[in-house]
Design a binder for this molecule. Structure first.
Ligand code: M6R
Length: 613
C-alpha cells in the first residue's frame, strides 16, 4: 500500500528519497510526492503517476543548488483511499503557511470532525484526504516544539497511522510515529533513514529499529529518541537485516514475479533447511515454543488469512486433518474478526501472512489473543507486526517478495504448514516411519519445483494460445481445490482476465452454463486420489466445447487424452501436489499477462501489503 521514506543526515536528500520510493514501488501506488528542507523553506513537489514522473518534475521545478542544500526530507507513494489520485491529494500535505509537511500511511477515521472543527476556525483545506486534517491539526498545536505538537495531535485522532513530519523551523529533525501501519528506522553513520519497509533502507544500513504501535520518535542524524504519546521514554532494540540488497532487485529477469517464481527451489530450500529431524521423523519448529505435550493438547486449528495466504491456509486444512486428525477451519481474516469467534485455550489460531502487516489478519490475531486462544504467526517478513504480536510462530524464510502477485510465499506457506502438520501429526497418530517418509517428501519439494520450471517454454506457448480469452475456470478436487482458487486469482490479478476457481464437481450445479468454445477450463488432473472423478468432470466440460488445459502427471496418457493442451507435472504425493501445481499455474498466469502486455509487478488497483481494512 502507500510507502514512506524519510531522511536526515549529511548527504543531499533528494536522490536518497527518490531511490527509496523506487524500492517501495512494488507496494502499489497511484501518485508520489516529496518535501525537502532548504535554507529558504520547504520545497514540495508532487505528481500523479509513477516515481519516474515525479523525478522528471523535480528536475523541471527545482534547481541543483536547492537540491544540494537539502539534508532533511520526506517522501511518499500514495494508494488512493480518500479522494481521487490527484496532485492535490498526493502527499506530503502541508499546513497553510507551508512550514510543516506530513506523509501518512493508514486512515484517520475521525478526519471529518477534525476538518469541520479546523474549518470553523478558518483553516483552508486543499485536498479531499483524511491526512490533510492531521497535518493542520499538528500545525494548530505547534508552539515551537515539533515532537510535542505531533504527540498532542495524535492523541486526538482515531484510526491508523505511520507518519513522518518535518518543519522548516527544525532543519535537523523529523518526527515519526506509528499505530497500525509499519515504520522502520535505519540507523546509519551520521544519518537516519525512515521507511515503511526495510527494502528502502538496506542499501544505506542494516541496523534497524522497528517502531511499535503507540511509539513516537524524534529523529536526528544521530538516531532516534523514542517515546510514548505521554512522553515516557521507551527502548526498542536494534535488529540486523540479514538479506542482501540484491534479493530485492530483478537480477536479470524481466519482472520480479518471474524472478520470484524461478527462485522457488532456493526459497523452499531455505524454508526447509534445519527443520527436518530425520532421527525422530518430525519437524523442528522452535519458534512455536510449544512442547509435544502442549501440541498434543491442541483440539482445533483456525487459520486466519487473506488472498493467496488464505488459499495456502485452505490447503492446510487437508494437511492438518489428513496427517494430524486435527479439525481445521481456514477463515477469511476480516470475516473472522467480526463474527465474534468462539475460541479457547485449546485452540491454536495460525495467522498466515507474507507481509505480516495485513490489517485484517492482524486484527484477527488481536481478537484471538483477547479470546485467550493460542496464536502463532506464519510470516515471511521478519520483525513484522503479526510476527511480533503473535508472540510465537514460524518464519517462511522465502526472502523478500516484491511482485504484487504472491508466488514463492504461497509455496513456502504450504511447505511450512506441511512441516507443522508433520509435527502435530507426530504428537498424535503418525508413526516414526510415517514421519520419516513425510520428511523425505518435504525434502524433495525443491527438486520437484525445478522439474516444473523446466516446463516454462512449453507453458509459455500454451499461454500465448489463451492470451485473448475473456474468461476461464480453474477446477480441482480435494487438496487441489484451493490450488484451483489460487490459479484463478493469479490469472485475474495480473492479466485482468475474469477467472474463477471451482471444486470440479460444482460446475454442473450452475457455472457450466457459461461454457462454450471460447471459455477454457484449466483442470488440475494430477494423478492423486480423486483424479478419475475430475476426468469425468472434464468430459462434461468438453461436451460443452470448452477447451481444456490439463495439468497432468508425467506419462499419464489417460488424462492427456481428454485435454487440448497439457502442462506436464512430476509425480508427487497428495501432500506435495499443491506446491508443484501452483508453480505451473503461476507460470501460466505470468505468460498470459505478458502476452497481453500487462503491468505484471504492479497490477492496477492492487497493493502489495494491504494495511487498511
Ligand atoms: O501479506 P499477506 O500474505 O497477508 O497478503 C494477503 C493478500 O493481500 C495477498 O496474498 C494478495 O492476495 C496477493 N496479491 C495475491 O497475489
Amino acid at each position: 500500500m502507500c510507502g514512506i521514506v524519510g531522511y536526515v543526515g549529511t548527504r543531499p536528500v533528494v536522490d536518497i528519497l527518490v531511490n527509496g520510493l523506487r524500492r517501495l514501488e512494488y507496494r502499489g501506488y497511484d501518485s508520489a510526492g516529496i518535501a525537502f528542507c532548504t535554507p529558504t523553506g520547504l520545497r514540495i513537489v508532487k505528481e500523479v503517476g509513477k516515481v519516474a514522473q515525479l523525478e522528471k518534475k523535480l528536475i523541471e521545478v527545482t534547481t541543483e543548488a536547492e537540491q544540494a542544500s537539502a539534508h532533511l526530507g520526506i517522501a511518499h507513494t500514495r494508494w488512493a483511499t480518500h479522494g481521487l489520485p490527484t496532485e492535490a491529494n498526493a502527499h506530503p500535505h502541508v499546513t497553510r503557511c507551508g512550514e510543516l509537511a506530513l506523509v501518512h500511511n493508514g486512515i484517520i477515521e475521525n478526519y471529518a470532525s477534525i476538518r469541520k472543527q479546523l474549518e470553523s476556525h478558518g483553516t483552508v483545506f486543499c485536498s479531499q484526504t483524511d491526512t490533510e486534517a492531521l497535518a493542520h491539526l499538528i500545525g494548530a498545536y505547534y508552539k515551537g516544539d515539533l515532537l510535542a505538537a505531533v504527540s498532542q495531535a495524535l492523541k486526538k485522532v482515531e484510526g491508523t497511522y505511520g507518519i513522518a513530519v518535518i518543519s522548516a523551523r527544525h532543519p535537523k529533525e523529523m518526527v515519526v510515529a506509528r499505530k497500525g501501519s509499519p515504520l522502520v528506522i535505519g540507523v546509519g553513520d551520521q544519518e537516519t533513514i525512515v521507511a515503511s519497509d526495510v527494502s528502502a533502507i538496506v542499501s544505506h544500513t542494516r541496523q534497524v529499529i522497528y517502531l511499535q504501535d503507540g511509539d513516537i520518535a524524534l529523529i536526528t542524524e544521530e538516531g532516534p529518541q523514542i517515546y510514548t504519546l505521554d512522553n515516557a521514554s521507551v527502548h526498542r532494540p536494534v535488529a540486523i537485516v540479514e538479506w542482501e540488497i540484491g534479493a530485492a532487485e530483478k537480477g536479470g529477469y524481466e519482472h520480479f514475479m518471474l524472478k520470484e517464481i524461478f527462485e522457488q527451489p532456493q526459497a523452499l530450500q531455505n524454508a526447509i533447511r534445519g527443520r527436518l529431524d530425520i532421527s525422530l521423523g518430525t519437524a523442528i519448529l522452535s519458534g512455536l515454543n510449544m512442547n509435544p505435550r502442549e501440541l498434543a493438547a491442541v483440539q482445533r486449528l483456525i487459520i486466519v488469512a487473506c488472498g493467496t495466504s488464505l488459499h495456502a491456509g485452505m490447503v492446510g486444512k487437508y494437511l492438518f486433518e489428513g496427517l494430524a486428525s486435527l479439525p481445521t477451519d481456514p477463515e477469511q481474516a476480516a470475516e473472522f474478526r467480526y463474527c465474534n469467534p468462539i475460541l479457547g485455550p485449546n485452540e491454536l489460531v495460525v495467522a498466515l501472512s507474507q507481509s505480516g502487516e495485513t490489517a485484517d489478519t492482524l486484527a484477527a490475531v488481536r481478537e484471538s489473543i483477547q479470546k485467550g486462544a493460542l496464536v502463532a504467526g506464519l510470516c515471511n517478513v521478519v520483525g513484522s507486526t503479526i510476527a511480533r504480536e503473535a508472540g510465537r510462530g514460524i518464519y517462511l524464510h522465502a526472502g523478500p517478495e516484491i511482485g504484487v502477485a504472491s508466488t514463492k510465499a504461497f509455496t513456502a506457506q504450504v511447505t511450512v504448514l506441511l512441516m507443522l502438520a508433520l509435527k502435530l501429526g507426530r504428537c498424535r497418530r503418525l508413526s516414526r516411519e510415517e514421519g520419516l517418509s513425510l520428511c523425505q517428501e518435504i525434502a524433495a519439494i525443491p527438486t520437484l519445483i525445478e522439474i516444473v520450471l523446466k516446463q516454462a517454454p512449453c507453458i509459455e506457448k500454451i499461454a500465448a494460445k489463451y492470451a485473448t480469452v475473456k474468461n476461464a475456470f480453474f477446477i480441482g478436487r480435494g487438496i487441489l481445490y484451493p490450488t484451483a482458487l489460487e490459479g484463478a486469482l493469479k490469472l485475474k490479478e495480473i492479466s485482468y482476465i475474469h477467472a474463477e476457481g471451482y471444486q470440479a464437481a460444482e460446475l454442473k450445479h450452475g457455472p457450466i452454463t457459461l461454457l462454450d468454445e471460447h471459455f477454457p477450463v484449466i483442470a488440475l488432473l494430477n494423478d492423486i486420489p480423486g483424479k478419475e472423478k475430475t476426468l469425468g468432470n472434464v468430459q462434461e466440460c468438453r461436451a460443452r466445447k470448452a477447451p481444456i488445459v490439463g495439468l497432468v502427471t508425467e506419462g499419464d496418457h489417460e488424462a492427456e487424452q481428454v485435454c487440448d493442451d497439457v502442462i506436464s507435472l512430476p509425480r508427487t504425493t497428495v501432500y506435495t501436489a499443491p506446491v508443484v501445481t501452483a508453480v505451473a499455474l503461476q507460470l501460466f498466469a505470468y505468460y498470459v499477462a505478458r502476452a497481453r502486455g500487462c503491468e505484471i509487478d504492479q497490477p492496477r488497483n492492487l497493493a502489495k501489503s494491504v494495511t487498511v481494512e
